[in-house]
Design a protein around this ligand. Structure first.
Ligand SMILES: [Zn+2]
Length: 365
């Protein structure tokens, strides 16, 4: 009911937004910034409305058989580490925020499971959650004490080239060097998004040309990847599974089938040789995938694959090969507020973008 009411309010606001913009001058730059301001106001509006209605809806909402999967990137020891700008923050949490995060879902009776549990008969009168970490940062080891304390499993998806060659991740290199030169965050994001259109070879050349040959050297324990010895130790931890995140963190939709196979196989071989275990899970870098990637994923022997599409997974999944699981990215905000959205399976920015799409297609008719 609450969602219906605010979908009507949103439609009204969006129509006004269009009228308002039509009457503005034709300076596109100005229009862009006005549009952005309206977008963020409306997203803020949905968020406020959501915070009022979510707790009411949650009183009636049945979350049994829901599986919420979360993907973290880096963790900070403390807030002051974040301010050093050694790493792109990407909504990273501090360890204490991570602890509160786990506490919140345990309090709401979510049972933390690992990918393999999806192949068993999970009781349908419970709600489930899963923790994943993408990329292979050394700082992910900060999670281990928390996982031990609550006896909670997690999967670490690692990028083997960075680990075996001790190289910083390219998006962090752009972030830290640009921040040093006081580049605006908007420009940094634009540069990172631009590079995501290319294959990894092109990105590597770009980094070398713009930041020099030594730019891939990590600055500290905050931005460095795990090393092979640490990764081997982690793989032996009973609560942690190591998953494939490709060898080069390649955005798979930029590659042909042969290149995809190589990305999967090279990483799998390195991980098998190091840990003695072949990964059964993969997380698609940047979340990009298509039908052909799904096919190759299955053929490559992965049982589980994780996307970055937001949403609740409903159990049981149709077959045993679960190759496009949805995930939510945690945010360093009030866990009570964040949790109320994800437990209902939406986030204000995504609901807004979907409405915007609907209004656009309605207006075209
Ligand atoms: Zn990644």
């Amino acid at each position: 009911m609450g969602l219906v009411i605010y979908s009507y309010i949103l439609k009204y606001l969006l129509l006004n937004n269009r009228l308002l913009l039509n009457n503005r001058n034709k300076n596109t730059l100005k229009l862009k910034s006005i549009k952005k301001a309206i977008d963020s106001t409306l997203i803020g509006f949905i968020e406020k409305l959501g915070l009022m209605v979510n707790p009411i809806i949650l009183n009636f909402k049945d979350t049994n058989s829901h599986l919420l999967i979360f993907y973290f990137h880096g963790l900070y020891e403390s807030q002051s580490q974040k301010e050093l700008n050694h790493i792109d923050p990407q909504n990273n949490l501090t360890v204490s925020q991570f602890t509160e995060f786990i506490d919140y879902f345990l309090y709401h009776n979510y049972h933390f499971i690992k990918p393999k549990d999806l192949l068993t008969d999970l009781p349908n009168d419970q709600s489930y959650a899963m923790i994943t970490f993408d990329d292979g940062y050394f700082n992910n080891t900060l999670a281990i004490d928390v996982l031990n304390k609550y006896n909670i499993p997690a999967t670490f998806f690692v990028t083997t080239k960075n680990i075996f060659e001790n190289k910083s991740f390219w998006w962090d290199i752009i972030y830290k060097f640009r921040m040093q030169n006081n580049t605006s965050l908007r420009k940094i994001r634009k540069e990172q998004e631009y590079l995501k259109k290319f294959k990894h070879e092109h990105i590597e050349k770009y980094i070398e040309t713009h930041f020099g040959t030594k730019a891939t050297k990590p600055w500290s324990d905050i931005d460095r990847p795990l090393n092979p010895v640490e990764l081997k130790q982690i793989s032996e931890h009973p609560l942690i599974a190591v998953g494939n995140h490709t060898h080069n963190h390649s955005i798979l939709t930029n590659h042909n089938d042969e290149e995809l196979k190589k990305e999967f196989e090279k990483s799998n071989k390195l991980l098998f040789d190091l840990t003695g275990l072949a990964p059964i899970s993969i997380a698609y870098p940047n979340g990009n995938f298509n039908k052909s990637i799904l096919k190759i994923t299955e053929k490559s022997g992965f049982q589980f694959a994780f996307t970055t599409q937001n949403g609740i997974n409903i159990l049981p999944t149709i077959d045993n090969k679960i190759i496009s699981l949805k995930r939510f990215m945690p945010k360093p905000v009030s866990i009570k507020d964040y949790g109320s959205f994800v437990r209902l399976g939406y986030s204000p920015d995504i609901i807004y973008l979907n409405f915007k799409k609907q209004i656009k297609s309605f207006m075209k008719k």
